[in-house]
Design a protein around this ligand. Structure first.
Ligand code: NZQ
Ligand code: ZN
Length: 395
């Protein structure tokens, strides 16, 4: 293992912590851009509470609403324009991963004269790497992506049908105010998708990483165990604040970086899913729950011992040997059964997606990340044909 790690985001966690928002924001600016999605925070009353907290701390605000799920680069430009027009000096984001991701890119785009798409990795010759950004304070209202505590952002360009990312330390939020009570209004399906997304964030590093990362393995397994125990409770009773809190924390821990550090793991399932999302505008984790088990069945032979460990430690199976393929495959079956038990789709046909564009998804995925020889990094590396085989298995 060889790594350098720093995550500077300050976390304020717990039921009721939202009341501290004004005081926290006042440490970073005088006029906030409040970024929101399609209206859930207005319907739930969160927006009004936040405005009251900001006002009490003497913070003015402007608003950028209607950031869409799978946020578009046009929303980023719109947000940056509002920052400039209104003279905002801090960004407060209320929402799920989509709104948080858009806000992070807005924070840099507001200080950049060019097109914000230049910052998103999409196969361009020269990627623009921003060097300054406004402070961002995240207030997650949905437990899923971990975006509240990491420096990544995923943005879609509808014109070119590309969904891709930026991930640079500059974009770490300054503070994450994480109040699980804000998530009680999340509907059952989005709650389940969040559980699937957070689990996939650690299966990717667990199964694609280098050998001998026992601490990271146990962290990943702890996240998955917690999600499988508390996720169904949060889905069954949305008002169970204890379950909401455990799932919210699991989502943050899943992608704060602790389980990934030192693993050098690429994220092939995410890369493939983002391309599918770009074409069909599907919910991110719906795509993951379809692709991940199919990818696991493809990849199992190249890293069987790790899949056996997954089967034994997560599902209590007993392997006959370290390389017991049957046990490894049974672990994948059990994992897929869990996804089905929380009503996540596991086949493209459930979303009405056919095999028509499978080759296009594979080729487009390689335009974002490739080893330079036509393969998608992962364990194993995937050629276009390999990706098509995985997509077909998930049809
Ligand atoms: O838009 P509003 O009205 O707020 O409604 C949202 C949206 O319709 C709703 N919602 C959020 N909080 C709610 C609520 N509904 C009721 N009550 C609440 N408290 O949920 C819907 C989905 O929201 P969205 O933000 O799209 O979901 P999620 O958090 O799953 O984010 C998905 C996006 O994040 C990207 C995905 O690709 C996708 O674009 N990702 C970001 C990552 C990161 N930055 O680290 C990593 C992930 O792997 C992922 O790629
Ligand atoms: Zn994800």
């Amino acid at each position: 293992m060889n790594f350098e790690f720093q995550n500077p985001t300050r976390i304020i966690f717990g039921a009721g912590t939202i009341t501290r928002l004004g005081e926290v924001v006042s440490e970073y600016g005088r006029k906030a851009l409040i970024v929101t999605g399609g209206g859930s925070v207005k319907r739930s009353g969160v927006f009004d509470n936040v405005v009251a907290s900001l006002k009490a701390a003497g913070i003015e605000y402007a608003e950028c609403s209607d950031v869409e799920p799978n946020p578009r680069i046009t929303s980023v430009s719109r947000g940056a324009d509002i920052v400039r027009a209104e003279g905002c000096d801090v960004i407060v984001v209320l929402g799920g991963g989509s709104v948080m991701d858009a806000s992070k890119v807005i924070s840099a785009a507001a200080l950049y004269d060019g097109n914000p798409w230049d910052m998103i990795l999409h196969g361009q010759e020269e990627v623009y790497v921003p060097t300054e950004a406004l402070p961002v304070i995240t207030v997650p209202t949905l437990a899923a992506t971990g975006s509240e505590v990491n420096c990544g952002a995923v943005i879609t360009n509808e014109e070119t049908t590309v969904k891709s990312f930026i991930q640079i330390p500059l974009l770490y939020p300054k503070v994450a105010v994480m109040d699980p009570e804000l998530t009680v209004s999340v509907p059952k399906d989005q709650t389940a998708y969040g559980v699937c997304d957070l689990i996939t964030h650690v299966t990717e590093s667990y199964l694609n990483g280098v050998d001998n990362t026992p601490v990271q393995d146990r962290l990943a397994e702890g996240v998955i165990h917690t999600a499988m125990e508390w996720g169904p409770k949060a889905i069954a009773d949305g008002n169970d604040v204890e379950a909401r809190a455990q799932v919210m924390w699991a989502a943050s821990v899943a992608l704060i970086g602790w389980a990934q550090v030192g693993t050098d793991a690429p994220y092939p399932v995410h890369m493939m899913e983002h391309t599918v999302s770009a074409y069909h505008d599907i919910t991110h984790a719906a795509g993951l729950s379809i692709i991940n088990p199919a990818w696991m069945r493809f990849a199992v032979k190249s890293n069987t011992a790790k899949y056996v460990q997954f089967a034994e430690r997560l599902f209590g199976l007993q392997a006959k040997s370290e390389g017991d393929l049957d046990c490894a495959l049974e672990g994948i079956n059990r994992f897929e059964e869990f996804l089905r038990s929380i009503d996540c789709p596991t086949r493209f046909s459930e979303l009405g997606i056919t095999d028509e564009l499978f080759e296009t998804y594979a080729k487009d995925t390689l335009k974002i990340v490739s080893d330079g020889k036509g393969n998608l990094p992962g364990r194993p590396f995937l050629s276009v044909d390999d990706m098509i085989e995985i997509f077909r298995a998930a049809l």
